[in-house]
Design a protein around this ligand. Structure first.
Ligand SMILES: C[C@H](O)CC(=O)C(=O)O
Ligand SMILES: [Mn+2]
Length: 338
């Protein structure tokens, strides 16, 4: 199985959800957690890309360059990306973003208009940036047309090309058709970016991976435009469960949501209905009604509730065996204090 690389777009697509009001401090908190979690690429900036802060797309109190600089001050291992939509941002903006610490760019165009990105992709490559061609609204074009446009990005020198479901309108069968055609006919890697408007983001991401995509987007707790993006947290859990080779660490990715993103959202009066302990029930194959008792046992024995749930899954506990929860928590506590 090929290695799968994850791009997290909490700080760019997720920016739509906070009306482009992530501050440099918010960016530092979230980007450092994503970096610590082993996320391969962290995208930062206005939701509509570099210099998107306008009357058309919504003003941000912070400019993209401040945000990139804030992320660059904490990111040690991940690539740091910006999104550039030719016509909104310019090559000069990209140079400035690079000066602030960006080392990757996603050049985004409508799915039938890759032509407008030729000079931006060539300039980005010349600047030594990791360069992604990002074909938006991919549901609107036929498989053949998506391939034709993707080939343009390849010919301009892009390192990867994305088939982007901007409207969250694609069904798994559409994702399979488009991604497998790109994979079979391009010599550069293929990526996919989902939106969850039909509740299909994780399923479509998996369909993309099973069709040969090796770059997948997510965002913490699924934060993003519309119903949000593929949740990076869930994506990492599912990929680990399926034994895919990824760099991200499951607990640290969850912690990035719980300890970085959620407090930032709460500070802005926003809430998510993320329930990551429940996600671990699915990861571990543990009975859903065990969650409440597991949380209580975690507190009582001062152990991580996720470890309890995973161990209950390993021991194949079923309904009626709730007493095992205490036993597992006690065993984990003894191991911890050994
Ligand atoms: C500018 C858009 O928000 C880019 C994107 O994430 C998408 O098309 O989806
Ligand atoms: Mn998007």
């Amino acid at each position: 199985m090929s290695k799968i690389y994850i791009t997290d777009t909490t700080l760019r697509d997720g920016s739509h959800t906070v009306s482009h009001k992530f501050s440099p401090e918010d960016v530092k908190k979230i980007a450092s957690s994503l970096d610590a979690a082993g996320i391969d690429i962290i995208e930062v900036g206005h939701g509509d890309g570099l210099t998107g802060s306008t009357i058309n797309y919504g003003f941000s109190p912070y400019n993209d360059f401040e945000l990139v600089r804030a992320a660059a001050s904490v990111v040690k291992n991940s690539k740091l990306a910006v999104l550039l939509i030719p016509g909104i941002g310019t090559v000069e903006d990209l140079e400035r973003a690079q000066d602030c610490g960006a080392n990757a760019v996603r050049v985004a165009t409508h799915v039938t208009e890759a032509d407008v990105a030729a000079q931006h992709v060539r300039a980005a490559k010349k600047m030594g940036l990791f360069t992604v061609g990002f074909l938006m609204m991919a549901h609107m074009a036929s498989v053949e047309r998506v391939l034709e446009e993707a080939k343009k990005f390849e010919s301009y020198g892009a390192d990867i090309v994305y088939c982007t479901d901007s409207a969250g309108a694609m069904l798994p069968v559409d994702v399979r058709d488009k991604i497998s055609t790109l994979v079979q006919n391009l010599s550069i890697p293929v990526g996919h970016h989902s939106h969850n408007n039909l509740g299909l983001a994780i399923g479509n991401s998996l369909a993309a991976i099973e069709s040969g995509a090796t770059y997948i987007d997510g965002s913490l707790s699924g934060l993003g435009a519309g119903s949000g993006n593929t949740s990076t947290d869930t994506l990492v859990a599912v990929m680990k469960k399926m034994n895919y080779d990824i760099n991200a660490d499951l607990y640290k990715t969850m912690d990035a949501s719980t300890n970085a993103l959620i407090p930032v959202l709460e500070s802005k009066g926003l809430k998510t209905n993320t329930n990551l302990d429940a996600m671990i029930l699915g990861y571990a194959g543990c009975y859903s009604s065990f969650l409440l008792h597991s949380r209580r046992a975690a507190e009582r024995f001062n152990v991580d509730v996720r470890d309890i749930i995973i161990e209950l899954g390993n021991r194949k506990a079923v309904g009626g065996q709730e007493d095992w929860i205490i036993e597992v928590a006690s065993d984990l506590s003894k191991l911890k204090n050994k």
